[in-house]
Design a protein around this ligand. Structure first.
Ligand SMILES: N[C@@H](CCC(=O)N[C@@H](CS)C(=O)NCC(=O)O)C(=O)O
Length: 193
């Protein structure tokens, strides 16, 4: 999300015309994006926010020009945002531990299982596909890369196995070599939560 804001010319620290920095919404989950119109409700759901940024700040594009390419990029992003992320979310892990009394080791096994198998699906989407380039789709970073990078940070934080997803990791490293990603990674953002 921070990277998408950066790439569309909007710092997370200081607002530029059209889009204000992201903020917590008055519910449990992040992110939410406050619009300049104070009467407007903040935008929620990361993919909806990124598509909003794409529509309002089309250069550089985060989605390919062709419909099939856009469907592919959205599918990769959804493989992460809808298939992996909901299962490793903090509130899910808290419920496992707090309500179901799952032991710490078992909770970590749950986490690693869903991240590792989920990333395997992403690897199979990417490896050997003609449209995969330096990044998930072609040679410029886009929406799918934007969703992939934070998931790898999460995976590393929880010591997930990553040697079975070499294409995913090659693309992650390519992203981290980009100033946009490097300057928006959690350790570079003092307000990161
Ligand atoms: N599908 C939502 C997920 C939002 C979400 O769950 N965000 C996480 C942070 S990445 C969160 O706020 N977790 C806090 C919690 O689970 O309590 C999106 O993509 O925006």
């Amino acid at each position: 999300m921070r990277w998408a804001l950066w790439i569309c010319g909007t710092s997370t620290q200081s607002a530029r015309p059209g889009v204000s920095p992201w903020q917590k919404r008055p519910v449990a989950a992040l992110p939410a994006l406050a619009l300049d119109d104070p009467a407007a409700a903040p935008l929620t759901q990361s993919l909806a926010i990124i598509e909003y940024l794409e529509e309002t700040h089309p250069e550089p594009p985060l989605l390919p020009k062709d419909a099939a390419g856009r469907a592919r990029v959205r599918a990769i992003a959804l493989d992460i945002a809808c298939e992996i992320h909901p299962l490793d979310n903090l509130r899910v892990l808290r419920y496992l531990q707090g309500e179901l009394k799952v032991a710490d080791d078992d909770k970590n096994r749950w986490y690693r299982h869903w991240v590792e198998t989920g990333l395997d699906v992403v690897e199979r989407q990417l490896a050997g596909h003609a449209a995969t380039g330096r990044f998930c789709h072609g040679d410029t970073p886009g929406l799918a890369d934007c969703v992939l990078v934070p998931q790898i940070f999460n995976a590393r934080r929880m010591d997930c196995r990553l040697d079975h997803v070499p294409t995913v990791m090659r693309i992650f490293e390519a992203c981290m070599a980009e100033p946009a990603f490097a300057s928006t990674q959690p350790s570079a953002c003092p307000d990161a939560t």
